[in-house]
Write a protein that binds this ligand. Sequence first.
Ligand code: LLP
Length: 433
Amino acid sequence: MFDFRPHLGINQRGHLTMGGADLVELAEKFGTPLYVYDEQRIRERYREFRDAFASYGDVLICYACKANTSLAVLSILRDEGAGADIVSEGELYLALKAGIPAEKIIFTGNNKTDRELERAVEAGVIINLDSLHELERLIEIVEARKAEARVSFRVNPEVSPETHPHLATGLRESKFGIHEEAVLRAYERALACSYLDVAGIHMHIGSQITSTEPYVEATRRLFDIMGRLRRELGLELEFADLGGGVGIRYSAEQPYITPAQLAGALLPLIEEKLAEHSLPKPRLLLEPGRYIVGDAGVLLARVYTVKTTPYRKFAGCDAGFNLLLRPAMYGSHHEVVVANKAALPAEEEVTIAGNLCESGDLLAKHRRLPRIEKGDVLAILDAGAYGFVMSSQYNSRPRCAEVLVNRGMAELIRYAEDFKDLLEKQLVPERLR
Ligand code: LLP
């Protein structure tokens, strides 16, 4: 449990700790449910990724901020020198607010609105185009404004990583990216527009990927396309973006890869491909999200109801899929630790039920845990990525607070919502008052 999560531990009171902070104390101090993140763990994981690829030279890690857009988290990564992969005008707003420089931001998305394209041009971020149609729409915008834009294209490398079908994005049938047959046309068209600086190429094959093979296959295709662009259009690109997707270890049994293994598999291949196609060395962009913030976050929830049915025992807690959607949406596994009984042995099998009126609202099924009682604090691990960002107010439950731990010290980074937030932006027509 703790060998690959070195930021977690157990203190003398038998409580689970993260980054030196007692999680039971945090649950008492800030209330539950509560998201808690460990700053040093985020920094460590970012540096691990950066260092793994450092031997290549010119590398930019564009943190995929969709994984966790809390301003404090973005600020940590800005501080580390990261750029950002963004997918909406909202993420653009937040990344700039956190002080991430525009030239380090790449705007991906398969269906950007005109307004999003305009904002991206104004902000001066790299615009990663997903279709010929999007290119035509961007050309209209830059020509009308006589404004320049730096662009790349997302290609569809047609590989299938072994992951949850919802998390694979580089499949042949996927809605993402431009297929090879249309790529040359797209670049040719972009080159003909004098307002566009045609700078890069991009791929992203999926998420929670646990083997290097799909990356190798896709990277080979990407660099072969770069070869064709040089030969057929005389185009030498400044950057190649390999996307994100490196999985984390949600359990000890699950297969996994490390950034070092990924770099070990990709960097020699890239050198080989550059030589084969006589390409100048491009800057390498990488877009990890989950790897950087995933295991740095836990969701704390308190047990209220313990219920035994003829079929199983439930521990009902004060969080549900409104706060952590992954188990309900993808059947994802998140380890659960009873934070106030972290040193006690497992004694019984329990299913952790959320508090929403949906039978699918189970945060964890059939777990061996110490004997559960009312008041216990559950730590749902590895919730730092795609946790809070996918939350909702379903069942009129206001979203919870977020806390950042740094070397044992905890600070609030987001207030919990309250009932006034349930009214926020709502209007009742006069006749109904
Ligand atoms: N780049 C692009 C273009 C992406 O679409 C994504 C994730 C990433 C990078 C970062 O991928 P990561 O390194 O975090 O795997 N909600 C799902 C994950 C959806 C990922 C969407 N795109 C989940 O909870 O597992």
